[in-house]
Design a protein around this ligand. Structure first.
Ligand SMILES: [Fe+2]
Ligand SMILES: [Fe+2]
Length: 174
């Protein structure tokens, strides 16, 4: 059974993952509003990933006998000054989430909760990917930002992204 302190911290992380989903759907809506449907698609897929992260933690807390308590989700921003600004914000946000995951691992170690520590390793690896995909986008957008043809091509490319649910159990061993 999971202890109270660890369950509470994981509940906070469920909220952070749901906020991430909310932030990315707001970014999708921004991209729809500036006629970049491919970028919007990319953000919609990102939203699904964040919901999957939240549910992965939900399932884990539940399986370990903890109580899931949902809190209010903060309102996300609605406007950005450019696609580059969106991805700079995404990169910054993912770095913040990495910090939160690291703190959860620190707590699991402190509490000698090896099960939770093992569970969180999936998220450690996931955050490496999340930071990389955001910073890659920042790099690409810096290259083409003033070039409408480049933006058109990149938008098409981003329209190809599809959500792939993780294989295996809800514990997410991939
Ligand atoms: Fe996440
Ligand atoms: Fe993320």
């Amino acid at each position: 059974m999971i202890n109270e302190k660890m369950a509470q911290a994981l509940n906070e992380q469920i909220n952070a993952e749901l906020y991430s989903a909310y932030l990315y759907i707001s970014m999708a809506a921004y991209f729809e509003s500036v006629n970049l449907p491919g970028f919007a698609n990319w953000m919609r897929v990102q939203t699904q990933e964040e919901l999957m992260h939240a549910m992965k933690i939900y399932d884990f807390v539940n399986e370990r006998g903890g109580r899931i308590i949902l809190k209010a989700i903060e309102r996300p921003p609605v406007e950005w000054k450019s696609p580059l600004a969106v991805f700079e914000a995404t990169y910054k946000h993912e770095q913040k989430v990495t910090g939160l995951i690291n703190e959860l691992v620190n707590l699991a170690i402190e509490e000698k909760d090896h099960g939770t520590n093992a569970f969180l390793q999936w998220f450690i690896n996931e955050q490496v990917e999340e930071e990389k995909s955001a910073s890659d986008m920042v790099g690409k957008l810096k290259l083409i930002e003033a070039n409408p043809e480049g933006m058109y091509m990149l938008d098409k490319e981003m329209g190809q992204r599809i959500f792939t649910p993780p294989a295996g159990t809800e514990e997410g061993q991939q």
